[in-house]
Design a binder for this molecule. Structure first.
Ligand SMILES: [Ca+2]
Length: 268
């Protein structure tokens, strides 16, 4: 799984959460960086507005297959009461909750000191279907709100998103094919050189040619075929010289010569 991010939002706006008396955030743009400058909300047993964060600047490749989305929020609380509920939604195509509205909030109480809380994970698609264009869009993001019990102040330092994806790569298999073909070329060149050496030494002596053929057998089996064809050529030339020896004059020619001698004697 390839990881993109964590990235921070470029745009933060407030959106009312419910029809109830929601509390607005003070300095919402402070959630863009982890620097202990906070967006804060003073709650009296009520809920906050959404901190709607978008424009995360992802640049996933168009071949990416999205595997999961992780939202992280660095938060803490102060005051006598508790932050008892956190609402976290994904923002898809500028819509809080996307098409399904499946949030990843929980009821874990916020601590008195900063803590990075995680919503979603590397295998969580938040019940949505994603394309790389959806993630790369400036309208992709996340929204966070919270609810207090007994009166507490909520503090948000930073909100980030990490996207996990896989990608089909074809470049590695192409490289392997190129390497194997060049190796084959080198081997064939070496083979032809050793064959030439053998054929020239065959002419000299029988002893030296046998030692050469031992070397060639180590190289490859096709070399053995070549040396046997050389042997055939030598034996055929021997047969030819034998047939040359059979050049006796035909008996009919000898008989003609005798007749001629008789004729000559008669004429004289
Ligand atoms: Ca901050």
């Amino acid at each position: 799984m390839i990881q993109a991010g964590p990235n921070s939002p470029g745009t933060v706006i407030q959106v009312k959460l419910s029809i109830g008396p929601d509390v607005e955030w003070y300095l919402p743009n402070n959630v863009k960086v982890s620097d202990n400058n906070y967006a804060s909300a003073a709650l009296e047993s009520a809920s906050t507005y959404w901190l709607k964060c978008t424009n995360f600047g992802f640049t996933l490749p168009l071949t990416a297959i999205i595997g999961g989305i992780l939202v992280q929020a660095e938060v803490h609380k102060s005051g006598p009461g508790l932050i008892v509920q956190t609402f976290v939604e994904i923002v898809k195509d500028d819509v809080i909750g996307g098409t399904t509205g499946t949030g990843r909030g929980n009821t874990n109480y916020w601590l008195e000191a900063d803590q990075v809380r995680e919503y979603g994970n590397s295998n969580d698609l938040w019940n949505e279907t994603w394309t790389p264009a959806d993630i790369n869009s400036a309208t992709f993001g996340a929204a966070l709100a919270c609810q207090s019990s007994g009166g507490a102040d909520a503090w948000v330092d930073h909100i980030q998103i990490t996207v996990y994806y896989t990608e089909i790569t074809t470049s590695s298999s192409t490289t392997i094919t190129t390497t194997s073909s060049s190796t084959t070329k080198t081997t064939s060149t070496t083979l032809s050189t050793s064959i030439t050496t053998t054929s020239s030494s065959t002419t000299s002596t029988h002893t030296s040619s046998s030692s050469k053929s031992t070397t060639i057998t180590t190289t490859s089996s096709s070399t053995t075929t070549t040396s046997s064809s050389t042997t055939v050529t030598t034996s055929s030339s021997t047969t030819h010289s034998t047939s040359t020896t059979i050049t006796y004059p035909p008996p009919s020619l000898t008989f003609t010569k005798i007749i001629d001698n008789i004729i000559n004697v008669r004429e004289h």
